[in-house]
Design a protein around this ligand. Sequence first.
Ligand SMILES: O=C[C@H](O)[C@H](O)[C@H](O)COP(=O)(O)O
Length: 223
Amino acid sequence: MDINKKIAGEEAVNYIKDGMTIGLGSGSTVNWMLKKLANRVKNEGLNIKGIPTSIKTELLAKDLGIPLTNFTDVEQIDLAIDGADEVDNNLNLLKGGGGSLVREKIVDAMAKKLIIIIDESKLVTHLGAFPLPIEILPFGWNITAKHIANFGCEPILRKKEEDVFVSDNGNYILDCKFDRILHPKSLHENLKLLVGVVETGLFVGMTDKVITARNGEIVMIQH
Ligand SMILES: O=C[C@H](O)[C@H](O)[C@H](O)COP(=O)(O)O
């Protein structure tokens, strides 16, 4: 599985052109992309600037010597490259397994193009077998969890060892197993109406292209 993540991640770097501002997603597949991108920056003098979607990505990008920028200095992103936990037949995504969904959504939504890099196991008919991450405010979290449970799932407060997991934004995450999400757009919209919900891991209608790999061969999916 890791080799397929590497192949997909590295392939995405071919879409990065000189002068672009790049949204740098999060996760293990993105980390392969970052390593390859760093090579091009170092060896070819590729001139790009990245906007990271998590503190982990920011630290790795800095370590690798990838130039970074921020929303004070740029107003648009040419291309975002990100991972996903599930991708359905309509290229809707379920994200946030690593806890980076809010910054990912801000960056991915601002990008002119969004490329998703995954190993093939992430392709599903319907989203929802992977528990949906929902970032919520810590204040009153158990009340918010009760409201979310009314949508037909069992929200589990994410933990990191013995402690509550805290996102890059200082919030909590509920992992909500729905099994089958038949209407991701309306589920997302209705969850967002709840006071206390910051963002959901449903990324609907945002993806331009999916790059995956099967038995070491690149597979492209786009509509
Ligand atoms: O919060 C995490 C992100 O949504 C990741 O992009 C997602 O979990 C995929 O990660 P990986 O490439 O490690 O499977």
